[in-house]
Every structure is written in structure tokens, then in C-alpha cells.
Ligand binder design. Structure first.
Ligand SMILES: O=C(O)[C@H](O)[C@@H](O)[C@H](O)[C@H](O)COP(=O)(O)O
Length: 206
């Protein structure tokens, strides 16, 4: 049973304020840089638009997309392109997963989740492993999600677990049912594998 703090009836401004506080605290705890991972999809970007205006020293933050579709950054489906457009002007360094050499330890990993229990691009058909020796994988979701029918590159479960904290923003009752069942260890979908192996603080904005 994963120890998850659920924050009910959340809204984008609330999540942005929480993230701003956590990132400020992580920056205050070190003289150097911190690394974070942020999700793609549709949920994060209204939150990131608020977060980018907060008083965070983005020049000390390296931002890793948790996953991306294998498309050019100028493609509308590119998570990295959208994240870069938002955060690089604020001073953040945004990584390209294809170029990644060494996946760091993350101060915070922020994830969304699909109704099928996927996280990042770890879809059920890819059989993601808690003990994966790789930090990054290229893979093909099957079925291809109609909203983003592309091959993917993604952080793996061990890479996502290389973090001080996990935070989820999960909107919709269908996803909430899947998430709660995962937290109780009632299925073996990717979200359940991640939560079952997590030892760090876990927060879910629902
Ligand atoms: O590349 C992606 O699509 C995301 O990384 C993906 O894992 C996303 O987080 C979930 O599918 C939830 O998407 P929404 O936030 O749009 O519900």
C-alpha cells in the first residue's frame, strides 16, 4: 500500500502554488542546480503557464520531459517543444531526452496518468519493469493513443523513482479509480508498479 497524500478538488492555481513552494524549498537546500521532470499531455501546460510567473530561480533548474513523442520539437505533439517554449525564456535548461547522457537524481518528478494506467510513455503493452537496467527507452504504445499516435521515448520506472518526491495531477473520475486501485496494489498496471516500488513522498492532486 503506497503512502499517498491525495489533495481533492484541486485546480491549476493550487497545483502551481504547491510546485512553486516545493521548488523554492529544493533550491534553498542546495547551492547548486536541481533537476525536475515534468509530464506532457494536456494537463500540465496551464499549470506551467502559472508556474513560470512565480518567483523561482529557473536559471538553477534543469527540466527533463518525462517522456516525448518521437517528433521534431516544432511539431505540435512535441512535449519538449512546448516545455522549452514555456520554461527556457524564464531561464530553465530543458533537456532533450534523445540527447540525454546521464539521467540525474530529481528533486521532483511530476507525472500525469492515462485511464489505462500509463505514466510518462510507459503504456501497459510495454510491460515496464521496476528493475529496468535502462533509464531511458524508446518504445511503441499499442494501441497508439489516438490523441498522439507516435513512437515514444520515455524515462523508465527506475529513472522516475530516482527522485525525492513524486507528484501526480490526475483529472477525471475514471483515472482516479485506476490510481486509487494502484495505490492499494489491486492491479499491475504501470502506475501500480511505480507506486508499489516508491519509497519517497507521493502527492496526488485530484
Ligand atoms: O506524452 C504524454 O502524453 C504524457 O506524458 C502522458 O503520460 C500524460 O501525462 C498522460 O497521458 C495524461 O495526459 P493528460 O494530462 O492529457 O490527461
Amino acid at each position: 500500500m503506497a503512502n499517498v497524500t491525495i489533495i481533492e478538488r484541486s485546480y491549476d492555481g493550487m497545483v502551481a502554488d504547491w510546485l512553486a513552494q516545493r521548488l523554492s524549498a529544493a533550491l534553498a537546500a542546495t547551492d547548486g542546480r536541481i533537476a525536475i521532470s515534468v509530464p506532457g499531455g494536456s494537463t500540465p501546460f496551464p499549470i506551467l503557464e502559472r508556474l513560470v510567473d512565480s518567483a523561482i530561480d529557473w536559471s538553477r533548474i534543469t527540466v527533463w520531459p518525462g517522456d516525448d513523442r518521437i517528433v521534431p520539437e516544432v511539431h505540435p505533439a512535441s512535449n519538449t517543444g512546448k516545455i522549452r517554449a514555456l520554461l527556457e525564456p524564464a531561464g530553465a535548461q530543458v533537456e532533450r531526452l534523445e540527447d540525454a547522457a546521464e539521467v540525474p537524481h530529481f528533486a521532483l518528478v511530476w507525472l500525469g496518468m492515462g485511464a489505462d494506467g500509463h505514466i510518462a510513455s510507459l503504456f501497459p503493452n510495454t510491460d515496464p519493469q521496476v528493475g529496468d537496467p535502462q533509464m531511458l527507452r524508446r518504445l511503441t504504445p499499442d494501441p497508439l493513443p489516438p490523441e498522439a499516435p507516435f513512437d515514444r521515448i520515455t524515462l523508465t520506472i527506475p529513472a522516475l523513482l530516482r527522485s525525492d518526491a513524486l507528484v501526480f495531477v490526475i483529472r477525471g473520475e475514471d483515472k482516479r479509480v485506476v490510481f486509487d486501485a494502484a495505490a492499494r496494489g489491486e492491479h499491475d498496471l504501470p502506475i501500480a508498479r511505480l507506486l508499489g516500488a516508491a519509497t519517497q513522498e507521493i502527492t496526488c492532486f485530484a
